[in-house]
Ligand binder design. Structure first.
Ligand SMILES: *Cc1c(COP(=O)(O)O)cnc(C)c1O
Length: 463
């Protein structure tokens, strides 16, 4: 029988075992160019059914050829590692296959999502009764939703009539690219973004923010929104939220804190101070899939006043007429209609290890960053960039061209690591977001890089 869940769960277990074993011995998958790969693995879809043995064999080949994004040598994106409890929750969510739109079809899953939102809002310092939140598809969507709410707060008529021409928003020159994309989507227009300068550590320059706002007001424009970042994508810098919030208060601007990358510091007593003033924001988001070993995607958006969520995303009635049931029908505050259950995996993790365990995860990642920084600072062949407290450890080795070096490390299946740039300098960006990594893994990473450059000196470009 082809459609047999019990049989296929056995297949899943078999493939999972094989994959997890391979991940230890081959932390970097052998990559092949797409054209070649299509010849090596039978990816083609055909009219006739396939023999099951052959089918399973192909599945295995695909799994082994896929880039290993949770291994100890994956530093290429802002996510990495996996916590088994979060994976367990995710597997259950797949099996249950609820949609989060209504209580009727999601039951306890609604309570689970609400519990996370309440607890996170509480950590931020929002009022429990009036705050709310949702699980958008990711950090980009969290930014989008915050922008829609801020726009509609200017005037509810915008929903009907479209945007007035002069709404202006502010983000750091190091802000995430989704801010730009979203600005065109909400009808404000990219020309109305002011990219605020940053200091040498990549943190937003509040003086420059103030000047831009004053200037726009003098020109008759209407400033309405600031997007500050807790962990910028390249340098992992934290904008000075407390000072920015004072500016926002003065000019009555919506403050969204984009913590997609490092907002999870909210769980740590030790690192909470990096987002001091967060309580004064209007909305805040973070990605549990980035630093907390939770499968993609798991983004949490909390809002100081949940009425803003209703105003923008409930298409039926104004929030004033909501009943108790509305509170339990999460579709009233989400962008999507059918919505994947992204809450259970994070709940399964939190329930098991507690807030204490989550706090230890993020603190360990900062420790790994510190270990990396120390290694670099103690070695004259390296040059370091960026702020002192950050999960992004940016560096150059000898005078090798960062772009070329990262590319060759990938092509030769040695290491998955990327590069970034700041103020016209390119560098390698090591991100210590894999909570399963140890000091040994970090040192192995440096060792691989050093050996590789030594061996390939002639081929590598220098700057
Ligand atoms: C990663 C990132 C995002 C986007 O998050 P996705 O979940 O990938 O959409 C937004 N902002 C910052 C600062 C990020 O680092």
């Amino acid at each position: 029988m082809r459609n047999n869940i019990n049989e296929d769960l056995k297949v899943f277990n078999e493939i999972a075992k094989m994959f997890l074993k391979d991940e230890i011995t081959h932390p970097v998958s052998g990559q092949t160019e797409m054209k070649k790969l299509q010849k090596e693995i039978d990816i083609s879809l055909n009219y006739n059914p396939l023999d099951n043995k052959k089918y399973i064999q192909i599945l295995k080949e695909i799994v082994l050829k896929t880039p290993k994004t949770s291994s100890r040598l994956f530093f290429n994106q802002l996510f990495g590692g996996r916590h088994s409890k979060a994976v367990l929750g995710e597997l259950l969510a797949v099996l249950l296959n609820n949609s989060m739109a209504t209580y009727k079809i999601a039951g306890p899953q609604v309570a689970i999502e609400k519990e996370i939102i309440n607890k996170v809002a509480n950590l931020v310092g929002y009022n429990e009764k009036s705050s709310g939140g949702t699980f958008p598809t990711g950090g980009s969507m969290s930014n989008f939703m915050s922008l829609v709410m801020a726009r509609d707060k200017c005037s509810l008529e915008i929903k009907n009539k479209g945007c007035p021409k002069n709404l202006i928003l502010y983000t750091s020159e190091n802000g995430h690219y989704s801010v730009e994309k979203n600005t065109s989507l909400v009808g404000v227009g990219k020309n109305n973004i002011r990219n605020i300068k940053s200091n040498k550590n990549g943190e937003m320059d509040v003086q420059d923010l103030l000047q831009n706002i004053e200037n726009d007001i003098n020109l008759g424009h209407s400033p309405f929104y600031v997007n500050a970042t807790a962990g910028t994508t390249v340098l992992g810098s934290f904008d000075p939220i407390n000072e920015i919030s004072n500016v926002c208060k003065k000019y009555n601007l919506w403050l969204h804190v984009d913590g997609a990358y490092c907002g999870s510091v909210i769980f740590s007593k030790k690192y909470q101070k990096l987002i001091k003033g967060i309580k004064k924001s209007d909305s805040f988001s973070f990605n549990a899939h980035k630093t907390l070993g939770t499968p993609l995607s798991c983004s949490i958006l909390v809002v100081k006043e949940k009425k803003n969520l209703y105003n923008s995303f409930n298409n039926e009635a104004t929030y004033l007429y909501q009943t108790n049931e509305d509170e339990e029908n999460l579709g009233k505050t989400s962008f999507e209609c059918g919505r994947r259950n992204n809450a259970l995996k994070f709940w399964a993790l939190w329930k098991s290890i507690g807030q204490k365990g989550i706090s230890e995860m993020i603190e360990k990642e900062f420790l790994l960053a510190e270990i990396s920084r120390k290694y670099i600072l103690n070695n004259r062949d390296y040059k370091i960039y960026g702020p002192r407290k950050s999960l992004s450890v940016c560096f150059n080795y000898k005078n090798f061209d960062a772009k070329e070096l990262c590319k060759q490390l990938y092509k030769k299946n040695k290491l998955m690591i990327g590069y970034g740039s700041f103020k016209n300098t390119n560098f390698i960006r090591l991100v210590t977001v894999n909570n399963n990594n140890s000091k040994k893994d970090i040192l192995e990473m440096f060792n691989i890089l050093e050996k590789f450059t030594e061996k390939n000196k002639k081929m590598l470009k220098t700057v």
